[in-house]
Design a binder for this molecule. Structure first.
Ligand code: DAT
Ligand code: MG
Length: 152
């Protein structure tokens, strides 16, 4: 089963949107495999955003992600990476379509509410960075699974 890594960022937590955001992923059919509320340490934030190290917004991005507690999450399902990215919407909420999390709940790129992995490979790397194996409940059975996944 494909997996993806999600962060409900500090702005979303502060605004009381944690439940709303989890609801959208659950209703899409994605299955929770890991979930934790945490204060991110600077070293973890820097490792997570290492690919953006040379970009002008890197410093503010790191400050943003450590500015308050977040919810880190692993979701699994058919095409989980692409499905979650679509549910999240475009990077800049100004460009995100209505119906997406960023399109419905945000306005600015520096307050875009959610992170979602951009590939299966990066998703697995991010899961390994953020979660210990024993913190995950992978491939458990939901009674609704046959109504969401045609083949299992
Ligand atoms: P995404 O979060 O949609 O995967 P990304 O990986 O390209 O986007 O960038 C990571 C975060 O960095 C993004 O959520 C917001 C911030 N960011 C990206 N491009 C930016 C820009 N041009 N100006 C300011 N912040 C930016
Ligand atoms: Mg990204």
């Amino acid at each position: 089963m494909e997996r993806t890594f999600i962060i409900i960022k500090p702005d979303a937590v502060q605004r009381g949107l944690t439940g709303e955001i989890i609801r959208r992923f659950e209703q899409r059919g994605l299955r929770i495999a890991g979930l934790k509320f945490m204060q991110v340490e600077r070293v973890l934030a820097e490792a997570h955003y290492a690919v953006h190290k040379e970009r002008p917004f890197y410093k503010s991005l790191v400050e943003y992600i450590i500015s308050g507690p977040v919810v880190a999450m692993v979701l699994e399902g058919t095409n989980a990476v692409a499905a979650a990215r679509n549910t999240i919407g475009a990077t800049n909420p100004a460009d995100a379509t209505a119906g997406s999390i960023r399109g419905d709940l945000g306005l600015e790129i520096g307050r875009n509410l959610v992170h979602g992995s951009d590939s299966v490979e990066n998703g697995e790397k991010e899961i390994a960075l953020w979660f210990k194996p024993q913190e995950l409940v992978s491939s458990w059975e939901r009674s609704t699974d046959p109504w969401i996944f045609e083949r299992r």
